[in-house]
Design a protein around this ligand. Structure first.
Ligand code: NAD
Length: 459
C-alpha cells in the first residue's frame, strides 16, 4: 500500500483502538487482536492478477504488454476502480490505487469495494485499432474475475468511454446471456453510460471546494470563529474575499473543475492559470476557460503553446514552463494531473493556502505534513475526486434497472452524496488538530471495521 495511505491507515487504527467509545463490544485482548488483523487486511490486497497481453501491432510486430487487475477489498461490495493506460503503470502503483478505492468508497458510503487496473502502454503512441485489441485482450485475460457483481472497471488516466465501450462489448461476447451492462462504467451514453459521468469528477472536485469555502463557511462562521484551530483560521481568512486559482492538468478532471470555478457566481473566483503536459498559461485578470476548452477539443486535448494559437482563439495569456504552475502566488491550487507533484523538493516553494487534490496522491506524505503544519487546507483525493466513482455507482444502478436518469438528476444525486460526506467530516476537521485527510481516513476505517466486525470477519 502507498506509504502515505498505509501510514494514515495505521494511525487511524491506532486512534480507534484507544477510543473506548468506538465498538465498545470489542474489548480487551480480542480488541487488540482484531485491530492487528484489520491492519493486515487493509495493508494487503486480496488478489493481484497480472497478464501479458499478446498484441499484433499495425506494423506486423507481435508484442507482450503487461497488464494488471488488483482486487484490494470487497467488504462493502464488488471491487470497483478504473483501468489506467500509462507507460509508468506498475504493480505497486496499482495496489496503492486499489487501496485508495476501498477507503474512498467507504468514506462516501458507496456500496463497492476497492480495485484498480493498469496497462503499461503510452496510449498516444498506439492506433485506435491497437488500443481496441488491447481492450479486447484485457477482458479476454481477466473476464473470469470481472462482472457486475464481482469487479467493475471504469476509465482512469489514459482511458475513457471509448475503451469502456470496447471492453463491455468484448465481455458481452465472451459471456453470452449473462448480465453485462453493469460490468463496466464510464461507458458512452449511447452504450448505457450515465449522463454526467464525464464531468462528474471535475464537478465533484470543485463542489468540495465551493461547499467548504461558501456553504460551510457561511453556516458555521460562529463555530469557526470560536476555535483556535489553524485550519479554521485559514478558512476564515477567505470569507468574502476574492480568490485566485491555478489548475495543474487540463484533461477530464482539470478542465471541468476549471470551468466550474470560472462559472461559479457564489465565490469571487478568478482562474489565473492552467497547465498541461506541455505548457502553463497565465493571466492575472483571469483566463477564458471556455475558449481554452474549445481549443483543446479541436487540438487532441492539448492547450495552446504558441502566440499564434492563442490569438486564433482570441485567448489572452502569457506562456510559461509547465511546472511553474505549482509555485505561483495564488490562493488555491487544484492538482489534476499526476501523483507526487508536491514533494520534499518543492514543498517550501508552495504559496497556495488551499490545495484541492483532483488527481490521486498528488501530494507526498512529507509535503502533506509540512503544509498541514503551516495551516494549509488540503482537500484530499479521497474526498475531492470521488465524483467519478459516485456517478459510476449511479451508472451501475441504471444498468441494473435499465432506467436512465436525466443529467439534472445525476448532478443532484452527486451533490447530495458529496454534501452528506462533507457534513460528516468538516465539523470534526475544523474542531481538532488532524488534517482533513486523517479525518477522512478515520471515518473510512471506522466504517470498514464496523462492517467487518458485524460480518464476523474480525478475529
Ligand atoms: P486526463 O488524461 O484526461 O488528463 C490529464 C491532464 O494532465 C492532461 O491535461 C495532461 O496534459 C496533464 N499532464 C500530464 N502530465 C502533466 C504534468 N507533468 N504537468 C502538468 N500537467 C500534466 O486524466 P484525468 O482523467 O483528468 O485524470 C487526472 C487525474 O485525476 C489522474 O490522477 C486520475 O487518476 C485522477 N482521477 C480521475 C478520475 C476521472 O474520473 N477521470 C477520477 C478520479 C481520479
Amino acid at each position: 500500500m502507498a506509504s502515505q495511505t498505509g501510514t494514515i491507515v495505521q494511525e487511524s487504527l491506532a486512534a480507534l483502538l484507544k477510543d473506548s467509545s468506538f465498538l465498545p463490544e470489542l474489548q480487551s485482548e480480542s480488541r487488540e487482536q482484531a485491530f492487528a488483523s484489520l491492519a493486515s487486511i487493509l495493508s494487503t490486497p486480496n488478489k493481484i492478477h497480472k497478464a501479458f497481453l499478446r498484441i499484433s501491432m499495425d506494423n506486423g510486430e507481435v508484442v507482450r504488454i503487461p497488464a494488471f487487475r488488483v482486487q484490494h477489498n470487497h467488504t462493502l461490495g464488488p471491487y470497483k476502480g478504473g483501468i489506467r493506460f500509462h507507460e509508468s503503470v506498475n504493480e505497486d502503483e496499482v495496489v496503492n490505487l486499489a487501496a485508495l478505492m476501498t477507503l474512498k468508497n467507504a468514506l462516501h458510503e458507496v456500496p463497492f469495494g476497492g480495485g484498480k487496473g493498469g496497462v503499461v502502454i503510452s496510449p498516444r503512441e498506439h492506433s485506435a485499432k491497437e488500443i481496441n485489441l488491447i481492450c479486447q485482450k484485457y477482458v479476454h485475460y481477466f473476464s473470469d474475475i470481472l462482472g457486475p457483481d464481482k469487479d467493475i472497471p471504469a476509465p482512469d488516466m489514459g482511458s475513457g468511454d471509448r475503451e469502456m465501450d470496447w471492453m463491455m462489448a468484448e465481455y458481452k461476447s465472451i459471456r453470452p446471456g449473462e448480465p453485462y451492462r453493469g460490468s463496466f462504467t464510464g461507458k458512452s451514453v449511447v452504450n448505457g453510460g450515465s449522463l454526467g459521468r464525464r464531468e462528474a469528477t471535475g464537478k465533484g472536485v470543485y463542489f468540495t471546494f465551493r461547499y467548504m469555502l461558501y456553504d460551510f463557511l457561511k453556516e458555521q462562521r460562529t463555530f469557526l470563529s470560536n476555535t483556535d484551530n489553524k485550519f479554521a483560521q485559514t478558512l476564515l481568512s477567505y470569507a468574502n474575499k476574492p480568490m485566485s486559482i491555478a489548475v495543474q492538468g487540463f484533461g477530464n478532471v482539470g478542465s471541468v473543475a476549471a470551468l466550474e470555478a470560472h462559472q461559479c457566481t457564489l465565490l469571487q473566483n478568478k482562474v489565473v492559470s492552467v497547465s498541461d503536459r506541455n505548457v502553463m498559461l497565465y493571466n492575472s485578470d483571469g483566463l477564458d476557460i471556455q475558449a481554452l476548452i474549445d481549443f483543446t477539443t479541436k487540438n487532441k486535448g492539448e492547450l495552446p503553446t504558441t502566440e499564434e494559437q492563442l490569438s486564433l482563439f482570441d485567448i489572452k495569456a502569457d506562456i510559461h514552463d509547465r511546472d511553474q504552475v505549482l509555485d505561483l502566488d495564488v490562493d488555491v491550487l487544484i492538482l489534476a494531473a499526476l501523483e507526487d507533484q508536491i514533494h520534499k523538493g518543492n514543498m517550501e516553494q508552495i504559496k497556495a493556502r488551499i490545495i484541492v487534490e483532483g488527481a490521486n496522491a498528488p501530494v507526498t506524505g512529507e509535503a502533506d505534513q509540512y503544509l498541514s503544519e503551516k495551516g494549509v487546507i488540503i482537500i484530499p483525493d479521497i474526498l475531492a475526486n470521488a465524483g467519478g466513482v459516485i456517478v459510476s455507482y449511479f451508472e451501475w444502478l441504471q444498468g441494473r434497472e435499465t432506467q436512465f436518469y436525466s443529467e439534472e438528476e445525476v448532478f443532484k444525486l452527486l451533490v447530495e452524496k458529496m454534501k452528506g460526506t462533507m457534513d460528516t467530516i468538516l465539523p470534526q476537521y475544523f474542531g481538532d488538530p488532524f488534517s482533513l485527510r486523517q479525518n477522512c481516513f478515520i471515518h473510512s476505517v471506522m466504517k470498514l471495521v464496523t462492517v467487518m466486525y458485524r460480518q464476523g470477519k474480525l478475529y
